[in-house]
Design a protein around this ligand. Structure first.
Ligand SMILES: Cc1ncc(COP(=O)(O)O)c(C=O)c1O
Length: 365
């Protein structure tokens, strides 16, 4: 079976999830728009995980979750502080700005994680009607650089948020991969306990067909969200097919084992490729992505064999690529990649030596 290292979005549906969809379908007709027993059961599971005061709403996409979560807690003259690399800022086609009216104030980071000093730089023009008013800090867990915030780091940001009348949003499209780094921790320990107010909770990247959840810390924050969701075109009529997936997904298997598989494969990939000459791992491997720089000619040849993204070309001779593992990446995929990489590097070295000899021989004759 073909495997891609481009994105966990490239993976298929986990067979257990697909089976859950088939099972619901076999039941025939059900009430629409979430008035069905699967949705009731899934929402109850979310309450058990996130606490009795939490309120959860299902949406279709990760972008929809982020944008609607922010729309629910902001006014158009406000601003959202996020990392420059945040999906919100880079990959959502301006939807957060269009649908919330808010300006995004970005913080430069070296590893995708924003910190209080970076946030502080965005805190200007407070109470001045000529300036947007910061209202939300958004962090991504796991980050777009494959790193993971610790509970302490989240708490520090949340403390700053509380002190400055800001709310804290977490883009958890890959929350399960982040959580799998701390398997002993409860889900709440990485979200609402350290002070997150609203979470975009991902399913698609870890084996679901579609469906994400917006989880609010409490009912007050969630007020009116059902209208925001409908107006935002994310109220799915056949909601039971999202709920049935979450009923299976909210288990240790998906939120730990399966996400851990992806993370472990990323670790293994980093371990296998880091000794190769010219290969430089650029980010800590804390979730399911490996960021790595290597000579352009190696990247070009690897792209003939594997799908992956060239992440940065700031250093044109040594581009940075992103290799992402999925719940269904296995050791053989990783070994195949590492073997091909080693073979390409060895062949290019041999070619270089042969060429040097040829030039030398030519200049001697
Ligand atoms: C961190 C992050 N947030 C949100 C999204 C949005 O997900 P979707 O493509 O379902 O809108 C993605 C998608 O890759 C992502 O990587």
């Amino acid at each position: 079976m073909k495997r891609s290292f481009a994105s966990d979005n490239n993976s298929g549906i986990h067979p257990r999830i697909l089976q859950a969809i088939v099972d619901v379908n076999n039941e025939g007709h059900c009430l629409a728009y979430g008035h069905d027993s699967y949705t009731v059961a899934a929402l109850s599971k979310f309450r058990s995980l996130f606490g009795p005061d939490s309120e959860t709403f299902f949406v279709m996409t990760g972008t929809g979750a982020n944008v609607l979560a922010l729309a629910a807690i902001t006014r158009p003259y406000q601003a959202v502080i996020c990392a420059e690399s945040a999906h919100l800022n880079v990959d959502e086609c301006g939807a957060p700005e269009k649908f919330t009216g808010c300006k995004l104030l970005t913080v430069q980071t070296s590893d995708g994680k924003i910190t209080v000093p970076g946030i502080q730089n965005c805190m200007h023009g407070i109470d001045d009607p000529h300036h947007v008013q910061p209202r939300v800090i958004s962090i991504t867990q796991a980050t777009e650089c494959g790193t993971v915030y610790t509970k302490g780091e989240i708490r520090e940001i949340s403390k700053f948020a509380c002190d400055h009348n800001l709310l804290l949003h977490m883009d958890g499209a890959r929350f399960s991969n982040a959580r799998a780094k701390f398997p002993q921790m409860a889900v709440r320990d990485l979200t609402f306990s350290p002070g997150v107010d609203v979470l975009s909770f991902g399913g698609t990247k870890n084996g679901m067909l579609f469906g994400e959840a917006v989880v609010f810390r409490n009912k007050e924050l969630a007020k009116g969200f059902e209208f925001v969701r409908k107006q935002g075109m994310q109220l799915f009529s056949k909601m039971r097919f999202v709920a049935a997936q979450f009923n299976v997904f909210l288990s240790d298997f998906f939120m730990l084992e399966s996400a851990m598989q992806a993370n472990q494969m990323a670790q293994l990939l980093a371990t296998k490729i880091s000794p190769v000459k010219g290969v430089d791992i650029t980010q800590k491997v804390e979730a399911n992505a490996v960021f790595v720089k290597m000579p352009r000619e190696v990247v070009t040849e690897l792209l003939e064999i594997f799908d992956f993204y060239v992440w940065s070309e700031n250093d044109p001779k040594n581009p940075e690529i992103r290799l992402m593992c999925s719940f269904d990446t296995v050791e053989a995929d990783v070994s195949h990649f590492a073997d091909c990489l080693s073979a390409i590097v060895a062949q290019l070295e041999t070619d270089k030596i042969t060429e040097q000899r040829r030039v030398l021989d030519g200049s001697l004759s």
